[in-house]
Write a protein that binds this ligand. Sequence first.
Ligand code: DGL
Length: 262
Amino acid sequence: MIGIFDSGIGGLTVVRELMRQMPEYGIIYFGDTARYPYGNKSKQTIERYALEDARFLISKGAKIIVVACNTASAMAIDKLRQEISLPLFEVVAPAVEKALQVTKNKRIGVIGTRGTIKSEIYKNKILEMDARAQVFSKACPLFAPLVEEGWIERAETKRIIKTYVAPLKTKNIDTLILGCTHYPLLKSQIQKKAGKRVVLVDSAQEVVAGIKKFLNDNPGVDKSLTRDAEKSQFYLSDLSDHTQSIASNWLGKRIIFKQGNF
Ligand code: DGL
């Protein structure tokens, strides 16, 4: 099984991409809704949570682990690599690679949670790969709660998007990394405020493209994965009717969550 975890249900944007690009694979999803959000928490806490999340997935039969959460990818990937011996995929590096492929003026914007932006992981990785690039970052802590509320088309949300994106626009960026699980759901609104010229890089799409390539190059690992999407299982550490209905809306198909405990 492909194991995926996130701080909550935002990681379903990665599940949606997996279902689109690799529909035959079985998935085990874990969303840590009881401890959501991760975006404002310390590195030490995120490392502990991420390890517990990954171990939960392994206990359910995951053979590879996808860290869908940008905050956990930014803060806990080194810890996970130390402790977990399965193939691990995170969302930062694939988005950085894509951004550097598409940018023409090398002026790249990054948006994410406070934790992700504060970690400077995107900025550091971009500059490591291309020292001539310029990176302009903006924490957008209100986006994830607005998406969780289902306020995607609301006038209030559009105004907040404009407030966050305007300072990046004035920097003349031509590429913008959506560095958070929830932002693909605001993609068309963000595109409108950023302008048509700006290419949006969706980390969910890029991580799945990377997994496909890895499995192609590593047939032994590929063979160990279940090829039956009907066997997919979805766990949350806290179950509520609200998350159940929002999640089914996002995926465009009804999924039944189970209680997942450590
Ligand atoms: N999943 C988180 C991320 O991608 C966003 C929500 C949170 O703050 O936990 O960074």
